[in-house]
Design a protein around this ligand. Structure first.
Ligand code: NAI
Ligand code: MG
Length: 368
């Protein structure tokens, strides 16, 4: 029996609502996988692997702020460090705390734990209406991989001669060979487990230092992955092509800024925010990785029990993959597929079920 310790940071708004349901799904999955392992020992070939999850539930976020005057305790990284993984709901309540404060601990976690690969699958599940005319689930199944640690989002620059007509701003990006190489290698490995296509999106036609270096590093690495078809596209073209030919994409790798843009479109192609999972991975496993839905805390629907829990549940499936429990992860994804195909949906997908009712249906189909 593998025992794993999960730091659970539900956060604010719908964060705790979707995380509560996700933990129910994880616990039900753990029971079923243990049963499958026992029956395999008894001669059945099914591929279960027994595991149990211990949750460290962390009451951080806006409520904590109101009680303690800060969003997380000072030693929050030390609390998270020994865990096997971090499961995050969503943070933010702009009417109470400004967003740049609320989101700061997340940025700290990503940086301190060197979670340099942000992985966001965009897959349209069967039965869902596509935002693209004439494109369906067979056409939309890609992963956008965003460099998460450097690039255009480092905090380096300045504002000068403020308030004068001559005011100017400088915002510097940083691209290191190490950073580019490791994200591309992660992309090649990811593609190997999928349809073996990698598209790198940059703007090397317009920015001739950093992105030409990206081009050169891709050229150097590609021969080491002869089984993967690697290509380059400029980011603007890639965005257009994702809309007209989504079926041509498998793994897309991009810098921090371009990955940010591409993942929003990817999330939409995959059916919208209620379904889009993501993770921030430290591939070397020196530190815990963090798994979270793409969506935020949705104050507009918080407290009504109607948030779609599937984005968080699919993020937990990615966590199980990372924890080397692929059969359990696949069990959850199959259950999501059955639930959606059967039409059990929350209002964001045109359904009428509550958060917990969708989860009930999903848990029922975990055993199939
Ligand atoms: P949001 O993602 O929270 O909501 C955008 C829209 O999508 C809203 O209409 C919401 O009702 C809907 N929506 C989102 N998730 C849904 C779900 N699971 N089921 C059904 N509908 C869903 O983005 P918004 O409104 O811009 O931000 C709200 C707060 O969340 C802000 O404080 C923002 O900073 C924060 N935020 C936090 C993130 C994180 O924790 N990683 C990511 C994005 C935003
Ligand atoms: Mg974004």
């Amino acid at each position: 029996m593998t025992r794993l310790r999960i730091a659970v940071y539900p956060g604010d708004g719908i964060g705790p609502e979707v995380i509560d349901q996700t933990l129910r799904v994880l616990d039900a999955t753990a029971l079923l996988e243990s049963a499958a392992e026992n029956s395999r020992e008894a001669g059945s070939p099914s591929a279960g692997r027994a595991f149990s999850l211990d949750y460290d539930r962390l009451p951080w976020g806006v409520d904590y702020w109101e009680r303690c005057g800060k969003l997380v305790p000072d030693d929050f990284l030390e609390t998270l460090r020994p865990c096997d993984a971090i499961l995050l709901g969503a943070v933010g309540w702009p009417a109470k705390v400004p967003d740049h404060l609320t989101l700061a601990p997340l940025v700290r976690i990503r940086q301190a734990f060197d979670q340099y690969a942000c992985v966001r699958p965009a897959r349209l599940y069967p039965g869902l209406r596509s935002y693209l005319a004439d494109k369906g689930p067979a056409d939309i199944d890609m992963v956008v991989l965003r460099e998460n640690s450097e690039g255009e989002y480092i905090d380096n620059g300045g504002r000068f001669q403020r308030g004068t007509p001559a005011e100017f701003a400088v915002q510097t990006a940083l691209h290191t060979r190490k950073g580019v190489e490791r994200i591309l290698r992660y992309g090649f490995e990811l593609a190997r487990g999928r349809r073996r296509r990698l598209t790198m999106a940059t703007k090397s036609n317009a920015q001739r230092y950093a992105y030409v270096m990206w081009d050169e590093i891709l050229e150097e690495l590609a021969p080491q992955y002869p089984d993967v078809a690697a290509e380059r596209q400029h980011c603007d073209a890639a965005l257009m092509n994702m809309v007209r030919w989504p079926e041509r994409f498998d793994v897309i790798v991009a810098s921090n800024l371009f990955g940010d843009l591409l993942t929003d479109l990817g999330g939409l192609l995959g059916g919208g925010l209620g379904l889009a999972p993501s993770c921030n991975v430290n591939p070397e496993r020196t530190f815990p990785s963090m798994f979270e839905p793409v969506h935020g805390s949705a104050p507009d629907i918080a407290g009504q029990g109607i948030a779609n829990p599937i984005a968080a549940i699919l993020s937990a499936a990615m966590m199980l993959d990372h924890l080397r429990l692929p059969a359990a992860a696949e069990r959850i994804r199959r259950a999501v597929e059955r639930t959606l195909t059967a039409g059990h949906r929350t209002p964001d997908l045109g359904g009428r079920l509550k958060t917990c009712q969708v989860t009930d249906r999903l848990i029922e189909s975990l055993a199939d």
